[in-house]
Design a protein around this ligand. Structure first.
Ligand code: GLN
Length: 238
C-alpha cells in the first residue's frame, strides 16, 4: 500500500480567521471517496514545517498575523524546499500575499518581504474589496471554469512577468481591478476567494491534488454538488 497523500495546513492560529481550513477537508474527502488515503497535518509557528507533503494550504488572516506568519515561514524554509520538490501550494488571501514578493501593512504602508514563491506584489488598495466574486478559470472550459467565492481584502495585487492570472473576473474585484484574479506559477496557486474556495469549486480541488501528487484522478459525482454550484452562481449573478 502506498503512503497516504499528505496535506499540510499552515499556521491555523495565524491564518485561520476566515475558515479556509475547510479546504483541507475537501481535499481529504475527495481523495477518500476515490479510495485514496489522506493525512492532514496542522503545523504551527515554532513547529518544523514538513517538506515532504504533497499539498500545502495557507489561509487568510489579519495584517499583524500575516507578518508573523511570513517571518516564521521564511525562517523555517520548509515551504521553499517543498515547492522545489514539486509540491502544490494553495495560498488564499493573506496567504496569497505572503507567498508573493512583498506586501504592505499599516497606514504607513510598511513594506514586508514575502516568500517570493509567486511573482506578485501587494500594496494597499484605495477601497477594500468585500463581497461575492465570480471568475472564469484561465485555460478551462465548461461549468467547471466558473469559480465563485467571497473576497474580503484591502490588498491591491499586481502580477509580474513570471506569474499568470488564475482567472478573469466577471463579478467582484480580484487582484487590483485589472480584470485578473489570483496567480499561478508552476505548482503554486494564489487566490483571493474564501468560501472556502475548494468547497465551492471542487474542480480546483482536484487540480491541486493532481498538481501535488501527479495522480490521474477519476471524475467524481457528488450528490447535490451541481445544485449547490448552480445556487451559488445564481446568487452572485443576482
Ligand atoms: N490582511 C489582508 C488584506 O486585507 C488579507 C485579508 C484576508 O486574508 N482576508 O488584504
Amino acid at each position: 500500500m502506498s503512503a497516504p497523500v499528505h496535506v499540510v495546513v499552515v499556521y491555523q492560529s495565524l491564518l485561520g480567521i476566515y475558515g479556509d481550513q475547510g479546504n483541507a477537508k475537501v481535499l481529504q474527502r475527495r481523495l477518500e471517496w476515490r479510495g485514496i488515503d489522506c493525512r492532514v497535518s496542522f503545523v504551527e509557528p515554532g513547529d518544523h514545517l514538513p517538506d515532504d507533503a504533497q499539498v500545502y494550504l495557507l489561509g487568510g488572516g489579519e495584517d499583524g498575523a500575516q507578518v508573523a506568519a511570513v517571518r516564521a515561514l521564511a525562517a523555517d524554509g520548509g515551504l521553499h524546499r517543498a515547492v522545489d520538490r514539486g509540491a502544490a501550494v494553495l495560498a488564499v488571501c493573506a496567504g496569497y500575499q505572503i507567498v508573493g514578493r512583498s506586501f504592505t501593512v499599516g497606514h504607513d504602508d510598511r513594506v514586508v518581504d514575502g516568500l517570493g514563491l509567486l511573482d506578485v506584489s501587494t500594496t494597499r488598495a484605495e477601497t477594500r474589496a468585500v463581497g461575492e466574486i465570480l471568475t472564469r478559470w484561465e485555460g478551462r472550459d465548461g461549468d467547471d471554469a466558473w469559480l465563485t467565492g467571497f473576497e474580503n481584502h484591502g490588498g491591491h495585487t499586481v502580477l509580474g512577468p513570471d506569474a499568470s492570472p488564475l482567472a478573469r473576473v466577471v463579478h467582484g474585484v480580484g487582484n487590483c481591478g485589472d480584470g485578473t484574479e489570483g496567480a499561478v506559477a508552476g505548482s503554486v496557486i494564489g487566490t483571493y476567494p474564501h468560501g472556502p474556495v475548494l468547497v465551492r469549486n471542487p474542480a480546483l480541488a482536484d487540480h491541486l491534488l493532481q498538481l501535488g501528487t501527479g495522480l490521474d484522478l477519476e471524475p467524481l459525482e457528488v450528490p447535490g454538488m451541481a445544485e449547490l454550484r448552480a445556487e451559488r452562481l445564481a446568487a452572485v449573478r443576482g
